[in-house]
Write a protein that binds this ligand. Structure first.
Ligand SMILES: Cc1cc2nc3c(=O)[nH]c(=O)nc-3n(C[C@H](O)[C@H](O)[C@H](O)COP(=O)(O)O)c2cc1C
Length: 419
C-alpha cells in the first residue's frame, strides 16, 4: 500500500472545544443523551428530571415492559418506509408527540421555546404543560405552524375555567390534554433526599454543586427568573416561586374533579380532548363513551403512583375495548424506535416521549431536541425496514403478527437503568 493510500485511511478529527457540538457529534442514542444531560445538570435537577416515585418499581417496569416483546420480521419487499401518520386528523411526520413536561426552563434557559422549535421543524405535535415556564402566546408567536396541545387543569371555578379555555382558543391550541394521574403528587424520594427546590435555592450544598456544574449555574443565573405564565395570574406573577408554592403547584390537580367535569369540558370545547394518565381499560371505554378524542395510556413515566401498571401491560386490552372508536397513544419508557414499532403493532396510534427530549434539550438546546427526534425517526425507519413494513398503516394493519411476548426475567434489570 502506498503512503498516500494509508493517509486516506487515517481520519484525524480536531478536538471540538464546544461541549454542545461534541455531544451532537458523538451521542448516537437516547441513553447517550441521558449521560450527557447528567454531566450538565446539578444532581438535584437531574434527579428531578430522571427519577420516579418511591421505590421506582414502575419506572423500571416501564422499560421491562418493552424489553418483554420480541420482533418477528417477515421476508418481502419494503419501500420507503413511510413514517407519516394522521394524529387527530392532522398529518404528522412521525407517530411521535412530545408530551408535556413542566418547568422546562429549569433544564435549559430557552425552555419550551427551544422544544417547540424542534417539534415544529420535525412536524410533530408538542403538548405544553400547565406548568410550562413560557406562555402559550409566546409559543404561538414563535411557532405558529406547530400543532400545539395544552395540558389543561380542570377547575372548580367555572369563570376561571371559561376564561382559560378562551385563552387557549385565542392562542391557537388545537388539543387539550387532561391529566388523570395527578390527584396527589407522587413521592419522589430522590427529590426529598436531595432537598430539591425549584427554583434551586443557594444552600451550602448547591454552592458545592455550582463548583461541579458551573456551566448550568451560569446560564441559570443569567436567565430571567422561572415563572409559570400559564397559571392563574396570581400564581404566575411571582418572580420567585417559594418551595412551598412549588409543592402546591406540582400537586395542583384538584382531586375532587371527575367524569362530570370532563363531560362539561366536552360541551365547552369544540377542539380535541385527550385524557392522559390512564391504564384502566374501563376508563378508556368511558372516555370514548363521553366523546373524548383519544386516551394517552401513561403512568407519568413512573413519577406518580409506584407499582402502577405500565401502559404496555394493558394496551391490547384497551384497544379491544374501544376498537376503532378513538385514538390511543402511549408514553412511559419509550427509548428506541423499536419501542414505538412494538406499541403501534399492539394497538397504539402514536407514542409520546418525555424524558428523552429533555435529555436532548439539556445536552444541546433546541438542536439536541431535534437530534433526539431524528434518532427516534431513524431507528423507527430502520426497524420498520428490518421487520418488513412499508408504512405506519401497514404496521398497524399487520399488528400483533409482528411481535411475540417473551417470558419476563424479573432479576434482569432493564437496559436503560443498568449502567
Ligand atoms: C420533568 C418532567 C415533568 C413532567 N411534567 C408533567 C406535567 O406537568 N403534566 C403531565 O401530565 N405529565 C408530566 N410529566 C410526565 C410526562 O408527560 C410523560 O407522561 C412521561 O414523561 C413519559 O415517560 P418518559 O419520560 O419515560 O418518556 C412530566 C415528566 C417529566 C420527566
Amino acid at each position: 500500500m502506498k503512503a498516500s493510500d494509508v493517509r486516506q485511511l487515517i481520519q484525524v478529527r480536531m478536538p471540538e472545544p464546544s461541549r454542545r457540538k461534541r455531544v451532537l457529534r458523538s451521542a448516537f442514542s437516547v441513553a447517550e443523551y441521558r449521560t450527557a444531560a447528567r454531566h450538565v445538570l446539578p444532581r438535584g435537577i437531574f434527579d428531578y428530571l430522571d427519577g420516579g416515585s418511591e421505590d421506582e418499581v414502575t419506572l423500571r417496569r416501564n422499560r421491562a415492559s418493552f424489553d418483554a416483546w420480541g420482533l418477528m420480521p417477515s421476508w418481502g419487499a419494503v419501500t420507503g418506509p413511510d413514517t407519516t401518520t394522521g394524529i387527530l386528523g392532522r398529518q404528522s411526520a412521525l407517530p411521535i408527540m412530545l408530551t408535556p413536561t413542566g418547568a422546562t426552563r429549569l433544564f435549559h434557559p430557552e425552555g419550551e421555546l427551544a422544544v417547540a422549535r424542534a417539534a415544529a421543524s420535525a412536524d410533530i405535535p408538542y403538548g405544553l404543560a400547565g406548568l410550562s415556564t413560557v406562555s402559550l402566546e409566546d409559543v404561538a408567536a414563535q411557532s405558529p405552524t406547530l400543532d400545539r396541545w395544552f395540558n389543561f387543569g380542570l377547575s372548580s371555578d367555572a369563570g376561571y375555567q371559561a376564561a382559560k379555555l378562551e385563552r387557549c382558543r385565542a392562542a391557537g391550541i388545537r388539543t387539550l390534554i387532561v391529566s388523570a394521574d395527578t390527584r396527589a403528587l407522587g413521592s419522589r424520594e430522590r427529590d426529598l433526599r436531595n432537598g430539591f427546590t425549584a427554583p434551586p435555592a443557594l444552600t451550602l450544598s448547591s454552592l458545592v454543586g455550582i463548583a461541579a456544574r458551573p456551566g448550568w449555574w451560569t446560564s441559570f443565573l443569567r436567565a430571567d427568573g422561572i415563572r409559570f405564565p400559564n397559571l392563574d395570574p396570581s400564581d404566575s406573577d411571582a418572580a420567585l416561586v417559594t418551595p412551598s408554592m412549588w409543592q402546591q403547584i406540582l400537586g395542583h390537580s384538584d382531586a375532587s374533579r371527575g367524569w362530570g367535569d370532563l363531560d362539561a369540558l366536552r360541551a365547552q370545547w369544540s377542539g380535541k380532548i385527550v385524557l392522559k394518565g390512564c391504564v384502566n381499560p374501563a376508563d378508556v371505554a368511558r372516555a370514548a363513551s363521553i366523546g373524548l378524542d383519544a386516551v394517552q395510556l401513561s403512568n407519568h413515566g413512573g413519577r406518580q403512583l409506584d407499582h402502577m401498571l405500565s401502559p404496555m401491560d394493558v394496551l391490547q386490552e384497551c384497544r379491544q375495548r374501544v376498537q376503532g372508536e378513538m385514538e390511543l397513544y402511549l408514553d412511559s419508557g419509550i427509548r428506541r424506535g423499536s419501542d414505538i414499532l412494538t406499541a403501534l403493532a399492539l394497538g397504539a396510534d402514536a407514542c409520546s416521549i418525555g424524558r428523552p427530549y429533555l435529555y436532548g434539550l439539556v445536552a444541546a438546546g433546541s438542536a439536541g431536541v431535534t437530534r433526539v427526534i431524528e434518532i427516534f425517526a431513524a431507528e423507527l425507519q430502520r426497524t420498520m425496514t428490518l421487520v418488513g413494513v412499508s408504512s405506519i398503516a401497514e404496521l398497524k394493519d399487520r399488528g400483533a403478527e409482528l411481535v411475540r411476548e417473551l417470558p419476563r426475567l424479573p432479576q434482569e434489570l432493564p437496559s436503560t437503568v443498568r449502567e
